[in-house]
Design a protein around this ligand. Sequence first.
Ligand code: MF3
Ligand code: CO
Ligand code: CO
Length: 252
Amino acid sequence: MVHIKTPEEIEKMRATCRLAAQVLEYIAPHVRAGITTGELNDLCDQYIRDNGAIPAPLNYYGFPKSICTSVNEVVCHGIPGRQRLKEGDIVNVDITTILDGYHGDTSKTYRIGKVDARAEKIDRVAYQALALGIGAVVPGAALGDIGHAIQTYVEAEGCSVVREYCGHGIGRQFHEEPQVLHYGKPGRGLRLKPGMTFTVEPMVNIGKRDIKVLQDNWTVVTQDGSLSGQYEHTVLVTESGVEVLTSLNGDV
Ligand code: MF3
Ligand code: CO
Ligand code: CO
């Protein structure tokens, strides 16, 4: 069942999503060469708690940390730890807050210093893929329109879309219906209605789309070792279009 949020719930979604976005802004100056992903985790954890919220990933199906940090060939669900960021790396930081019972979910890719052309490209394509996906969100559109917009663009750029993980409804639950695939055909699937809240979070690889999960049972990497990038927003379908709940300035 896809839950249509009430106006009261939408206010709570706005608040938790704003906080999640503020975490990404807060951490930005710390995401530099020399810091460990574990240190980034601890800073975000403290900031979230200082703002009266809970980090949703911690203990979620046994996930051991409060945020996900996915470096270079890591597609998603990277576990923060002793890895030290170095010049040329790209790292996705994925934040999910629980505030007043509601979840806000957002992520972005950061560049560590000067990155090479491939890293620059996958970062740019991942960002634009999210923007185009969100651009397809309007009442009456189909979920397949979102996936199609993303897939067409990413593949035209010579990159690939990961199939095993998708966007998701979000609210009282971290992951609710519907599944928001990042590939698909126009007009297929569920029709969007005002009051729906879900994430769009395409994972895009510079090489092949195939992935594998490491021995820790969480870390997802590209099978060919190629770079992967990702951006994520939580959005609300409005009467006239879309509101990007995890945007601080109204942009994507
Ligand atoms: N934040 C991720 C998402 O966008 C999910 C992380 S699940 C975790 O859906 F357990 F790894 F935290
Ligand atoms: Co998500
Ligand atoms: Co997320």
